[in-house]
Design a protein around this ligand. Sequence first.
Ligand code: ADP
Length: 785
Amino acid sequence: MSAVTSAPADSSAFAGADAAALLSALPDPAVWVRADGHFALNTAARERLGAVDGLAQNWALLFSVAAAQELRDAVAQALRGKVSCLSVTMPGAVAPALATITPAGPGAALLHFRESHDPLEVALEIMDRMGLGMTVQGADSRILHANTLAPAILGLSPEQLTGRDSLDPRWQAIHPDGSAFPGETHPSLVALHTGQPLLDVPMGVFHPAAGEWRWLTVTAIPRRAPGMNRPQQVTTVFADVTEGHRTREDLRRSEQRFRSLVEATSQIVFSTDAQGHFDGRQPDWEAFTGQSPEEYLAGRGGEAIHPGDLIESARLWREALQSGSVYDTEHRLRRHDGVYVPMRIRAVPVLNEDGGVREWIGSYTDISAVRGAEAALRALNAELEGRVAVRTQELAEVTRFSTLLLTAAGEGVFGLDASGRITFANPAAARLLGYSVERLIGSQQHALIHHSHPDGTPYPLADCPIHQTLRDGQNRRLEHEVLWHATGHAVPVSCVVTPLFSETGAVTGAVLMVQDIAERLRSQSLLQDAIEDLERSNADLEQFAYVASHDLQEPLRTLGSYAELLSRRYGEQLDGRANQYLGFMQDAAGRMRGLIQDLLEFSRVGRAGSAPTPLALSDAVQAVAHSMGAALESGQATLEWDTPHTVLAHAPLIAPLLTNLIGNGLKFTAPGQPARVRVGSRQDGEMVYITVQDNGIGIAHEYQERVFEIFQRLHRREDYAGNGMGLAICRKIVEHHGGTLWLESTPLPDPDHGSTFHFTLPAAPDPRRQDPQQQDSQRQDPSHA
Ligand code: ADP
């Protein structure tokens, strides 16, 4: 801020000061009148005349009638360019005031009323109104006068200020660089001692009231009495410029910061004139490129730019210069050692106040590290993208496969969230329950399709095993559940519920796989029906066979008895032929008896009897050998056995089983070869395998199953006795024990002819009795028997 001094002689001190501001600061009333009647009052006139600015000719009404007429005349004179002075009594005033009426520009006049005032008072008042502090100090430098603002600006009371001088030890002042500002160097003292005015001296003073430093601009004007060498007084005017100082300080600091930033991040900072030529020495440029000032100031700076980049950079630089916009590009710059370094260049225009470009400030930043990092990043990105592509492909495959699988699956698959809401359903699930997939998704599984028990009573959610899995995270298999179809009927299903877990182990939902078991249940029930039918008809048949064979015995016995009676009593009276016929009859009756007994035996197998008991096979074979003593004693046959195992069986059934099989072996012998039958056993798990092997005539392959049927025989009775019931009874006995009976056989004329019958029986549970070492193996031959 430029100083305003009280020295009227120094008119330059008012240079630039606003006339209106001065006028309004003037302590004398002043009225500005225009020819068209507009008028304006300064502050003092407003206070003094109690009026405001107005229109028309009525400005004269502000004054007494006598004064008004004189003033109107004077104004008319002034409008013609003449200055006049009048003595006018202002309204309410006692003493007359001196009115000066002067021309004030074209068509205007200024009326200035000067009531008698001390000029010093006026000056102090003006300073107050201008917002400046002012003091007047005597030759001893003590303050004689101060305006109202002076103590306020300095943070002191008027009493503290008056009588004080700049040498007062309480005075604290500093220079802008922070160094002390001693009292004896204060502008007022210097002016007083030297007689020279000091203008606009910056000074920091401590403001006790605000408790902070304030910045002042101080101007001191010495006043000399005419004819005196040394000034008797000094007038000091000062302004508080703290605000401006702070702004400048902030500006300086931010500029400093900006500069440090640019210097820290840039290799080269340069400046050019508005036309883009280096303006003066560029130390950074010199250091980096090794160019001499003569070179680059002569416009050869471009030689340091890579030839491949030069044309484009120059074009952009021209564009920036023309448009005044930021220059931002990259090019390679040759370092002093000849290596080209990739650089980013930014230059910004610095503008004048009128908006024109004053200069350009630019910086070069080495971006080789950035380029390297970019290249590495690009390589990394490419690799990552490759991996992502592969992984995405794999995932897509898996997803497609799972989707296909789920879509194609015949089983219904539901996904449930932790609350039991359906989040997924495959087409099979939708088909099974008659809903669309869209309808299922988002619904509560239990409420929609699982709400009731099979009998229709409500199924509370708390009892639902599927929800139980959502609570406890356990897998569940539910064999007989019912889900409800959209049309309201029950769908019998078996389900598997598999929980899903989050990484922290919390149950996040479940997968529910559902299989429609309606078909299975139907076929199961059909099978059950068939079994029951069969059992019933079997029982009926057995009952029939039993009853029939039992009842047949009675007439047969009668027939046999009478045939025998006939033969005994009348045999001698009958001729040879009649006796022969009678013999046939008795023979047939005997066979019939055998048949009926076998049939009875067959039908008895499987009738509820006593529980099976452990039976040593060797004992059983031994007993059979004993009962067949005669056949074996003939010396034509051999029976051997090696059967150390114990079976769990009905002893009364095992005897006929072994008797039949061994008997057949001894019966169906090849002509001219002594019969040889071997019985063996081995244990496999819970079953004992038993074989009865002979060297007989064998059975042709096509008959190997037929021989197990009732009354099926392959030979005439004349050749081999029998009725064809034996093997049927054997199979029934074995099956009744839960075993199976089958045969292997090679018929004559094969030299290895013979048959082997295999059957299984349950092993007795006690392992100690199964120990082969404990069992004696025996060999039975005719002499032994
Ligand atoms: P049967 O011995 O009373 O004739 P089976 O039911 O015991 O009746 O046998 C049925 C038929 O099977 C026999 O007639 C015979 O033809 C054939 N068969 C049974 N066992 C043997 C065997 N060990 N060797 C050759 N044929 C046999």
